[in-house]
Design a protein. Structure first.
Length: 319
């Protein structure tokens, strides 16, 4: 299986900045039952032509297919590059998940930057990491960058990648993300995102709180949508999804710096109205003060938008 790839020695010999004990980039890969895709992901990591030291951190959440065996074969050939964690029981949705996967987070957080790629996605540009790290090193005011991707059998309009005021409506594929390993950011991510379904978007907002976010105009990877993804299991714009986003934005409003709170409030209000389209009562029964606070502050700062959404909701109900 492992053919036409550089050896571990060849990869390390190209590093000019950092070493095995001083990692510049930690590649973070969460995976579960990705037997069909994981080898492409691993090869995408190993083809990276970079002068920066990097490590590959993988967490397998108790896969029941052949995922683990494939990862172990690569780990055996590249023992200095791989830090792998194989769980015996699936931790998704469990209250003690944070404690169980702490060793993985500890290993991942050694890098100056963290690059994300889940096990069903993969990188196709061998200079992806080099481009992103070079940009981040030269532009210290940025906390995160991302790039274009390809979705198999799907045509994408390039406009969806361009960063708008609203982060929640900008397409930022997880496998394109590289962000600054900031201790405060990481702590907020670990301790405040446990019940958040869209953990990647939660991260994007946290990054925007500590620096600028950069869109890099190149195609760096392939993004697969499969049945094991959270959005596929629950469904984007399902009641559970929209209700959870109210919860997420309530958290983000509290965590946001003063100059970012108004923008987050706008995004929170939009999510609340989306949830209200499913049920008038559930957002207020489930989140009580948070939902009321978002609604009232929304009326104060964005009265026209609030009235527009209410009128739209009434019209839809009549139809």
């Amino acid at each position: 299986m492992i053919k036409n790839l550089p050896s571990e020695k060849e990869i390390i010999s190209k590093w000019k900045v950092g070493d095995l004990d001083n990692t510049i980039v930690s590649i973070s890969c969460l995976t579960y039952n990705h037997e069909k895709y994981i080898e492409d992901a691993l090869k995408g990591f190993l083809i990276q032509e970079t002068t920066y030291a990097y490590q590959i951190c993988i967490l397998d959440d108790a896969s029941t297919d052949g995922n683990v065996e494939i990862i172990k074969e690569y780990e055996k050939k590249y023992p200095k590059l791989f830090s792998c964690f194989f769980l015996k029981e699936n931790t998704w949705g469990k209250p003690n998940r944070r404690e169980i996967i702490k060793p993985y987070y500890d290993a991942r957080n050694k890098g100056k930057y963290i690059a994300l790629c889940e096990g069903d996605d993969y990188w196709i540009d061998p200079y992806k990491l080099q481009k992103q790290v070079d940009f981040m090193e030269e532009n210290k005011e940025y906390s995160m960058c991302y790039h274009k991707i390809i979705i198999p059998n799907k045509s994408l309009n390039n406009k969806i990648f361009y960063l708008q005021n609203n982060l929640s409506t900008t397409f930022m594929p997880t496998c394109s993300i590289l962000f600054k390993n900031n201790k405060i950011l990481i702590n907020k991510l670990i301790y405040h995102s446990e019940k958040v379904l869209s953990g990647d978007q939660f991260l994007f907002y946290l990054c925007s709180f500590i620096g600028e976010v950069k869109f890099m105009d190149f195609i760096g990877g392939v993004y697969n949508q499969n049945e094991h993804g959270i959005s596929s299991k629950i469904g984007v714009r399902s009641m559970q999804w929209d209700l959870n986003r109210v919860y997420m934005f309530a958290k983000l409003i509290k965590l946001a710096p003063i100059h970012k709170k108004k923008q987050v409030l706008m995004d929170a209000q939009s999510s609340l109205f989306n949830a209200l389209e499913h049920s008038i009562s559930k957002p207020f029964l489930q989140f009580k003060l948070d939902a009321i606070r978002i609604l009232l502050l929304g009326f104060i700062f964005f009265p026209k938008y609030s009235l527009f959404r209410i009128k739209t909701h009434i019209i839809r109900k009549k139809v």
